[in-house]
Design a protein around this ligand. Structure first.
Ligand SMILES: [Zn+2]
Length: 446
């Protein structure tokens, strides 16, 4: 064989090897094609158990309790001390200091970077951070954010917007509508409706979740960004029931100012706003748009008002909001199954932080049993529980995952909280909220 011929043959072999490598990567592919990240805002273990007692009369029956990955998760922001199980269970007040807010928590979940409170996908020096939705978008996947509170509120905002302050909701709304790569957005924040779902005159809203000019452009179809606009419960239910291939980009603005149900008149359960979409309806409508993308999708769904109810120490409405979130998880799992895409989808259910420092009636720093647990009073009855804070804590939150890539969480375990294990009948193994990003990224790219 001449040296030229040998070089040619060697070149051929390299070429064939390269093709084989590419084919193998293509055939094996990334672990997951789609990601659904469901966030119950402001819910620690005791809120989660209270919702189980109230809905089912026992624990273990939530739609994600059977997921193969069940871990605890730490949530502290960049300036918080590393979670210390011994301190957490000896000093009742310790987890209240330097508690994260939802903006920093969302940023950690979506970007893997700890930042300061109020920061929306920006680091403490206000530099923009790349989110999992932006990574998915760059891979050609569709992306979505759905929330029961305003689409420009911290948790949905950080999916694709970047801002140094979560309170700049007008700027954030503009960024989401005009400069984000989101395929679907569903949420509250309507400037022309109040929280009882009643129309109000233009300009009467002092909230700036969606500036009136942004709303008007969406409604008139003049954003130039291809948004189909839905603002009625009927339209959202129709899309949830049946895909409409002509709708390539969908913006759903629920007819309420700040929450689908939570901030309606009164404090107790029942007497729900009529003509209001549920989180379940908005999530299924979003899935009907996203799941048409052959390249896959990323979808974040937030039960946002669980946190608000905990701030207000309103256990009854917190449980109402939690039930809405749980119905949404169950409906999403059913829809993924029916659509034949459950096996391609990494599903993660997590809270962004604890809120309200919920414990049992005999708990508290003055008590001999400071970590007394809430008491089950059976299905349909409010559990005996007490709020010890009107704000957030850095207490452990539950994390559940299933589907391709979910097993990556096991390699991310940072420690074991033996007190948590005993109190809540869990393994006590915990990961960090930044690990959620790491696992999601590995699942769609590795
Ligand atoms: Zn909060």
């Amino acid at each position: 064989m001449s040296s030229t011929r040998m070089q040619w043959a060697f070149g051929r072999i390299l070429f064939v090897l390269a093709i084989l490598t590419v084919t193998a990567a293509g055939a094996l592919g990334a672990a997951a094609r789609n990601i659904v990240l469901l966030i119950v805002d402001g819910a620690g273990y005791n809120a989660y158990h209270c919702s189980s007692y109230y809905e089912y009369g026992e624990t273990g029956k939530q739609p994600y309790d059977s997921f193969p990955v069940r871990l605890a998760c730490t949530t502290g922001a960049y300036d918080a001390p590393v979670y210390d199980p011994e301190k957490s269970w000896s000093d009742f007040k310790s987890l209240r200091s330097k508690a994260t807010d939802s903006a920093a928590a969302a940023t950690a979940l979506y970007t893997g970077v700890k930042t300061a409170s109020y920061h929306i996908a920006t680091d403490p020096d206000n530099r923009p951070l790349t989110t999992i939705a932006e990574i998915a978008h760059a891979m050609g996947k569709s992306t979505g954010a759905v929330s029961s509170v305003p689409f420009s509120h911290a948790t949905p905002a950080a999916v694709f917007a970047h801002n140094k302050d979560r309170k700049n909701t007008g700027e954030i709304a503009n960024e989401i509508v005009y400069r984000s790569g989101l395929t679907v957005v569903f949420g509250a924040g309507h400037p022309r409706y109040d929280d009882n779902g009643r129309r109000r005159p233009r300009g009467q809203s002092k909230d700036d979740y969606c500036p009136d000019a942004v709303y008007q452009a969406l409604a008139d179809g003049t954003t130039g960004k291809g948004w189909a606009f839905l603002e009625s419960s009927d339209a959202m239910e129709a899309l949830a029931a049946e895909a409409r291939p002509e709708l390539r980009r969908v913006f759903g603005l629920a007819p309420c100012t700040s929450s689908l149900q939570y901030r309606r008149d009164g404090k107790g359960p029942g007497g729900l706003n009529g003509n209001m979409p549920t989180l379940e309806t908005m999530s299924l409508a979003a899935l009907n748009v996203l799941s048409r993308d052959e390249d896959g999708f990323f979808l974040m769904i937030e039960g946002g008002a669980v946190d608000w109810a905990n701030h207000d120490k309103n256990l009854a409405r917190m449980l109402e909001e939690y039930a809405d979130f749980n119905r949404t998880v169950a409906a999403v799992m059913r829809r993924l199954q029916e659509g034949g895409i459950l096996e391609d989808t990494l599903v993660i259910v997590v809270s962004d932080h604890e809120c309200g420092q919920i414990w049992g009636p005999s708990a508290g720093e003055e008590s001999d049993t400071p970590f007394d647990l809430p008491v089950n009073r059976g299905k349909g009855n409010l559990p005996a529980a007490k709020y010890f804070s009107g704000g957030h804590t850095n207490g452990l939150v539950p994390l559940f995952a299933t589907g391709p890539g979910s097993e990556f969480f096991h390699a991310r375990v940072r420690g074991v909280d033996r007190h948590a294990a005993k109190a809540w009948c869990i393994s006590g193994q915990y990961v960090d909220n930044t690990d959620v990003f790491t696992v999601m990224k590995a699942a769609i790219t590795d």
